[in-house]
Design a binder for this molecule. Structure first.
Ligand code: SF4
Ligand code: SF3
Length: 571
């Protein structure tokens, strides 16, 4: 087997990609990513000890967050980036180790751990010691690519032999990847939460610990859900305090006559800077996929050249980027390996990357200079119109709370019988047409609550409204699933219910990558039961771990629209 990855919904044969990723990830890239994750675990061993004695190294926090995020599906396909990160990670680990030792960290309480300390002291200066009790990830060192390649063969997912322990370790790591994405976006806006970093490091280090049991890992999985909620809350605070609360907004999906720049991914600070730098240049800015909800924020409405949303979810980019004619800026995942026909127009920033594309880095203040993209756009034709009209969104928590009376009355009168949370991701699998069919088949007295790119399966259908309340309420990006949780908790309070599961809300969630994993863990942590997950259950859930989720949380898959409709509506 040349590689093994099963972190996303497209894992080959619902088991794992073993030759090349369905996403386009090559064997070399997969191995470099595996090695980086291993290095992050090793750094975390020292970070955990450091925090016990007050050592918080912000560069380490940033490095781990960005390293995790870079390995998310469809974020970065540039192997050199990962090799450089491995090199820097090894240096950073040694710097942190020195800092921790200088701070007098107690590295353990057993004889073995005293030995740990002695060994640690002897490692300073990159010395290798074979008999250490430290995990290998905390001491292994190399500085040439050949050695990296050899090591990478031994540290991937399959290095954990017990399939249940492996399943839980990976579930935790994928949750951390999702969490890292939200934390990275929040820190880019200037918001941070040290406890989340502390947890990420504790959990990464725990995946190296062979003394932990299945129960320990299950507890850690649920704890990840708690920090998932905190991560989404942090990003919500950052977005809403800086850009205002999303409000009901109609977004144009047609085009204008000027050349345009298309911005995709999730990072609102990148969008803000692009809007500022393109003001008065005669270039229009369009959003793609998960950047659509940016239109709902008051702060961006003042830009008259913020023209609309172009196209659909991430997987349609290979046709839509071709037709857009102008440059495209990828701020986060999902990037699809670009076709030659438009490759020269795609730019990456932050953790995204692809060999051969121009990458734009931030300065120390997080500022980016997009002038190369702007000059490029000036030479391009206006986008080809692929559709016309408007879509409506902006139903995040603040806006829905403002409508609470109307919504509650509609529920009390029976005009709204049930809500369906259909948040999550979209993807290219044909089986995902299920979600379009499901939305269309829902009774007219039901309302869809959505967030994430999953919405593109039904946000352009004419599903009507209930007394002025649209039947599809889009809260925003996948992280705005947090809004859906707040809305559910508000309804629970208004109706005076003891348990959030007593509400007339069903969960039919579509997943693709690891942000959906942290959203799922967050919902489980909040006590939400009977979530249905599709189009297929994660390949990384072993039968026993899946059984734990079924027995304790009522997690289930999907079948077909007709049977699922009966199941959800209790007929
Ligand atoms: Fe396969 Fe998904 Fe991993 Fe890509 S990210 S290699 S598609 S499992
Ligand atoms: Fe979509 Fe990648 Fe997950 Fe933010 S853009 S939801 S798939």
């Amino acid at each position: 087997m040349s590689m093994f990855c099963y972190q996303c919904q497209e894992a080959a044969g619902c088991k794992g990609c073993t030759v090349k990723g369905v996403c386009g990830k090559t064997e070399d890239l997969a191995k470099a990513q595996d090695l980086l994750i291993y290095i992050l675990k090793g750094i975390s061993v020292y970070s955990v000890k450091g925090r016990e004695v007050g050592v918080i190294n912000k560069e380490v926090d940033k490095f781990i967050t960005e390293g995790l995020f870079a390995t998310i599906t469809n974020a970065n396909f540039d192997r050199n980036v990962f090799i450089q990160r491995v090199r820097r990670g090894l240096q950073l680990r040694e710097e942190l180790k020195q800092q921790v030792i200088n701070a007098g960290a107690n590295l353990g309480n057993s004889n073995a751990n005293e030995n740990w300390l002695k060994k640690m002291l002897s490692f300073v200066g990159f010395k290798r010691e074979e008999e250490s009790n430290l995990p290998d990830a905390a001491i292994w060192f190399a500085n040439n690519v050949e050695d990296f390649n050899v090591k990478a063969e031994t540290v991937g997912v399959l290095a954990t032999e017990n399939e249940d322990i492996r399943s839980l370790r990976e579930l935790i790591i994928y949750g951390l990847k999702g969490m890292s994405a939200y934390v990275k976006q929040a820190t880019h806006i200037g918001y941070d939460n040290d406890e989340i970093h502390g947890f990420m490091h504790k959990a990464l280090a725990a995946t190296l610990d062979d003394t932990l049991t299945l129960d320990d890992y299950i507890a850690l999985t649920l704890e990840a859900g708690k920090y998932g909620v905190d991560g989404m809350a942090l990003l919500d605070k950052a977005n809403t305090e800086v850009y205002g609360h999303p409000e009901i907004t109609k977004v144009n999906i047609g085009v204008r006559k000027n050349p345009g720049i298309l911005i995709s991914g999730h990072d609102l600070r990148d969008l803000e800077q692009l809007l500022q730098q393109t003001e008065g240049t005669g270039i229009d800015i369009y959003t793609h996929s998960e950047m659509l909800p940016a239109h709902y924020y008051p702060a961006f409405k003042k830009y008259s050249h913020f023209a609309g949303n172009y196209g659909n979810a991430w997987w349609k980019q290979t046709e839509e980027f071709e037709k857009f004619n102008g440059p495209i800026l990828m701020t986060t995942n999902c990037l699809v390996p670009p076709k030659d026909s438009y490759k020269d127009r795609v730019y990456t920033t932050s953790v995204t990357g692809f060999e051969g594309l121009t990458h734009i880095d931030a300065n120390e203040k997080g500022e980016k200079d997009f002038s190369v993209i702007i000059e490029h756009a000036k030479k391009c034709a206006a986008p080809v119109e692929i559709e016309t009209g408007e879509i409506i969104g902006g139903f995040a928590h603040n806006q829905v709370f403002a409508l609470a009376d109307k919504v509650v009355d509609a529920v009390k009168s029976g005009a709204i019988k049930r809500f369906f949370v259909m948040a999550g991701c979209d993807g290219r699998a044909k089986s995902r047409n299920y979600y379009t069919d499901f939305a269309q088949a829902l009774p007219k007295d039901t309302v869809i609550l959505t967030a994430g790119c999953a919405k593109y399966k039904y946000n352009k259908l004419d599903l009507g409204d209930i007394g002025g309340i649209p039947r599809v309420l889009d809260a925003g990006q996948c992280n705005d699933s947090y809004s859906l949780v707040l809305i559910a908790l508000k309804l629970q309070e208004v109706f005076g219910l003891k348990d959030v599961n007593e509400l007339p809300i069903s969960y039919n969630i579509a997943w693709y990558e690891q942000k959906a994993v942290i959203v799922l863990l967050s919902l489980l942590y909040l006590g939400v039961k009977n979530i249905h997950l599709g189009p297929t259950l994660p390949a990384f859930l072993s039968p026993n771990v899946a059984k734990v989720l079924v027995d304790n949380f009522g997690i289930g898959g999907i079948t077909n629209v007709e049977d699922d409709m009966k199941m959800f509506l209790g007929q």
